[in-house]
Write a protein that binds this ligand. Structure first.
Ligand SMILES: Cc1ncc(COP(=O)(O)O)c(C=O)c1O
Length: 386
């Protein structure tokens, strides 16, 4: 029998993150700094809003674009936080996580063979999603010497006549990097000069430490050429609800809505009810969780650097991305040895692209005491291997 699986799907390897979770799942008492999601349960009032909507019998589809209340609330929040305006009627669509928003953005704009420039290390889904949408990912490495920010020049060097878009995700998973306004403006200049679209995944926008988040479409001249992806998973600790959104000028939105209409219908109704409460009343909890992540961030970064695992200071998200060069191991060897010898799970940097080689990702969205324990175990490990 022939292989029925499309070649472009065959060409994408399974996620490099999974292998480590599979090993970890077979072991007892693993301290996991692996999974990239908040350890917090969704704040109680948000949970209750979801439960309340179910009790009211709100179990039907919503409008394809999502409930008008939620779109309006998201629109007001974006204006308030980032001074960027989107019409809730025609320019905002509620999605099944930021994941669906990304998928819609790429599927809506790519013709076969179109190239998308993707700075990496980056979220594991970026390059596969470009391939699934029939495009060609053109990756651009970023470097610790630049705090893992991509420069306009690096992007410009990757532009060809087939380039259609630049896909950036800051605050960044896995590095924790945040782009400076100047660097974003330069990337914007390259987009304008070469008539490119920017897909900006700002899922960690609420998780920045002691600095502002610059929302890409708020930069003058970029709104009309940006698809903004965001969601509820990280800032509101709502990964399991599967709720996100996408904002874009109306012609692009119409194309994305068409795909969403036929493939999804509408994002989960219960999640939209909870999401509305999150936007309207969740600010206190966002700030509370952010303060706790910041405490853990300081503990982890200080700890890693004192062990000789040099780590640049991440300014966003909830990841540390230290170099393991001192051990003489590569990132895969390091992660496997650390898991087997000290039961600490981290993710090899190369899972996020070749330029992540030599680094590992540690997620500090886990209890303070667990991070302390992990550092103790890593200290023993470094005494043997440092
Ligand atoms: C940068 C980034 N974008 C998108 C996603 C997908 O998020 P969601 O749960 O909203 O689908 C993730 C999840 O880890 C992520 O790290």
């Amino acid at each position: 029998m022939r292989n029925f699986v499309a070649k472009r799907i065959q060409s994408v390897p399974p996620s490099g993150i999974r292998r480590f979770f599979d090993i970890a799942a077979t072991m007892k008492d693993v301290i996991s700094l692996g999974i990239g999601e908040p350890d917090f349960v969704t704040p109680t009032p948000i949970l209750r809003a979801g439960i309340h909507s179910l009790r009211l019998g709100d179990t039907h589809y919503t409008s394809n674009s999502g409930t008008m209340e939620l779109r309006q609330a998201v629109s007001i929040q974006m204006k308030h936080l980032y001074d960027v305006s989107y019409d809730p009627e025609e320019e905002i669509l509620i999605t099944v996580g930021a994941s669906e928003a990304l998928h819609l953005a790429l599927s809506a704009i790519l013709d076969p063979g179109d190239e998308v420039i993707v700075p990496e290390p980056c979220f594991v889904a970026y390059t596969p999603e470009v391939v699934f949408a029939d495009g060609i990912p053109v990756t651009v490495p970023t470097y610790v010497k630049n705090d893992f920010q991509v420069t306009g020049e690096e992007i410009e060097r990757a532009v060809t006549p087939r380039t259609k878009a630049i896909l950036i995700g800051y605050p960044n998973n896995p590095t924790g990097a945040v782009m400076s306004r100047e660097n974003l403006e330069r990337v914007g200049e390259v987009a304008k000069k070469n008539d490119l679209l920017i897909i900006s995944d700002e899922l960690y926008s609420r998780l920045v430490y002691h600095r502002e988040h610059v929302c890409v479409p708020s930069i003058p001249g970029l709104r009309e050429r940006t698809i903004l992806v965001n969601g509820f998973s990280k800032g509101y600790a709502m990964t399991g609800w599967r709720l996100g959104y996408v904002a874009a000028p109306k012609e692009l939105m119409a194309a994305m809505r068409k795909i969403h209409q036929y493939t999804i219908m509408s994002a989960p109704t219960v999640a939209q009810a909870a999401g509305l409460d999150a936007v309207l009343h969740g600010e206190y909890y966002v700030r509370e969780m952010l303060a706790e992540y910041d405490r853990r961030r300081e503990l982890l970064i200080r700890g890693l650097n004192s062990l000789g695992l040099d780590c640049f200071e991440p300014q966003g998200a909830f990841y540390a991305f230290p170099s393991v060069a001192k051990t003489g191991m590569d990132d895969e060897q390091f992660s496997e040895a650390l898991l087997r010898e000290e039961q600490v799970a981290v993710v090899p940097g190369s899972a996020f692209g070749p330029s992540g080689k030599g680094f590992v990702r540690l997620c500090y969205a886990t209890a303070y005491e667990k991070i302390e324990q992990a550092l103790d175990h890593m200290k023993r490990f470094m005494q043997r291997h440092g």
